[in-house]
Design a protein around this ligand. Structure first.
Ligand code: PXP
Length: 247
């Protein structure tokens, strides 16, 4: 089965916001990523707007020819924005102002009623506009979280690979086994399984080899590598790597 690459373009906006300039444009970057093989574009509209701005989301919704995966906290403000913008996918993530990046998975198990309501609201937008909104949760590789996501009516989960990426040796092997087992379990109960966070040219192959994984969302390493090889090549390299890993 094919594996799809979602490119997270937040860090193009991070460079722009560092100087409050108009460049580099995350819109131009996203379009180049699409041209280079990205199957979707991921962007996180944070509460503090530290990188992606509302106007980026609006313009990209018009201009993307693949699909937009809007990462967002499950706040009323973000639900209102998503309902207006109608991205093809919404990835619900936990958000802390002081964090450098999304540090962990969404704790769905402790907030099932709220998350059920959020998913219902996003799905309702889908019905009204015949868009293709998928409420996607971003879970730690833990069975209770997967069951909770399923209970909330989430069709897709994204497994957080951050701990796998940050470790080495036996610890990494153990985390990989955990991800592998939970991917098998989530798939067996009918959920689409995606993964992402901290993935690089060096650590992505084995994750991409897991047959249940449908989509990988990768950002920081692609943009970082683009500094040396250009964005086009950076996207092409990782796309080739994940495609080959699957065949
Ligand atoms: N998936 C989700 C839900 C994320 O929050 C992020 C980071 O914004 C990514 C994937 C991509 O992670 P990275 O930038 O480490 O590749």
């Amino acid at each position: 089965m094919s594996i799809y690459l979602g490119v997270n373009i937040d860090h193009i906006a991070t460079i722009r916001q560092a100087r409050n300039t108009k460049y580099p444009s995350p819109v131009d970057g996203a379009l180049l990523c699409e041209k280079s093989g990205a199957d979707s574009i991921t962007l996180h509209l944070r509460e503090d707007r530290r990188h992606i701005q509302d106007s980026d989301v609006e313009i990209l919704r018009e201009q993307l020819s693949t699909k937009m995966n809007l990462e967002m906290a499950s706040t009323d403000e973000m639900i209102a924005i998503a309902s207006k913008i109608r991205p093809q996918d919404c990835c619900l993530v936990p958000e802390k102002r002081e964090e450098l990046t999304t540090e962990g998975g969404l704790d769905v198990a402790s907030q099932i009623p709220r998350m059920t309501d959020v998913c219902a609201q996003l799905k309702a937008s889908n019905i009204v506009v015949s868009s293709r909104i998928v409420a996607m949760s971003f879970c730690e590789p833990r069975k209770d979280q997967i069951d909770a996501a399923n209970q909330c009516g989430v069709p897709v989960i994204e497994l957080h690979t951050g701990h796998y990426a940050d470790t080495t040796g036996d610890e990494q092997k153990a985390e990989f086994e955990r991800i592998k087992n939970i991917a098998t379990y989530a798939h067996s109960i009918g959920l689409q399984v995606n993964a992402g966070h901290g993935l690089t040219m060096g650590n992505t192959r084995s994750i991409a080899q897991l047959p249940e994984i449908v989509e990988l969302n990768i950002g920081h390493s692609i943009i970082a590598r683009a500094v040396f090889v250009g964005l086009e090549q950076s996207v092409k390299e990782i796309k080739t790597l994940i495609t080959k890993a699957r065949t």
